[in-house]
Design a protein around this ligand. Sequence first.
Ligand code: SAM
Length: 276
Amino acid sequence: MSPDEPHYLLGHTESELRRLDIQGDLYRDITRGAFERAGIEAGMRVLDIGCGTGDVSLVAARLVGPDGYVLGIDRGEGALAVARAKALAADMPWAEFERHEVADFERTSSFDALVGRFVLMHQSDAAAVLAKAARSVRPGGVVVMIESYMELLRTGGHSHPHSPLYDRIVRFKSEVVSGAGADLHAGGRLRSTFGAAGLPSPECRLETRLEGGAASPYYAYVAESIRSMLPEAARTDVRGFTAADVPGLEDRLRSEVTAIDGVLVVWPAVIATVRL
Ligand SMILES: C[S@@+](CC[C@H](N)C(=O)[O-])C[C@H]1O[C@@H](n2cnc3c(N)ncnc32)[C@H](O)[C@@H]1O
């Protein structure tokens, strides 16, 4: 991060960029399904806010094809560089990436669709950010926001049979995320966030995956999440994991889950969709 870059809870270290890559794999089908249902198709112009390493933008880019256009915006130059490299490797030059604060970006009515994933949860005023971004969408265009509903795992079932290690991880992650000011209820709140942003009432659905078995990438994702969170945990004095825990964490979680032939509930996502 450059010194003038506003704080983002997880930063953009190499470990965090790797975590975003695995996250992309875990949520790609959910994201593509949401965009297809919303009618995102060939030739459309799509704006992706908080694009990170570009996974969401590239899902949209595949759907809109070479006659369409996708612009991913993010405040993090490191993430944008990865996103540009991915678009190049995927041979999709119609996906472009620019550095902007979402709240400072406006191109009135120039997009057919606004999309974003796991970005409103990091805003102190999510409705204001969404309202501003939606001004860039033409009348009749669509808005699709995908937000995590972390609170469901903290207060409900997160594994079957119960995984004590995952329980510790869920509690730690929830505490760090909320301690940093992010919203554990962002998904559950999406309907009211749309309303407060002056948008029509969205269709909302909840989706997730159940991960188990030795080959799941989820154990690595979780371990990288914990690694990315350690600086923030130290800053806000959240205890539970230290740097010494991280190297073996992926294998310990895999062993615990496979030994009980269990499944872990991946952080659930709420998809809110509306046509303007
Ligand atoms: C959890 S990541 C999600 C990345 C991507 N949407 C995905 O699902 O893989 C959140 C991203 O939003 C960016 N971000 C958060 N708030 C932002 C803001 N107000 N303006 C621009 N970027 C923002 C962060 O830099 C980070 O890359």
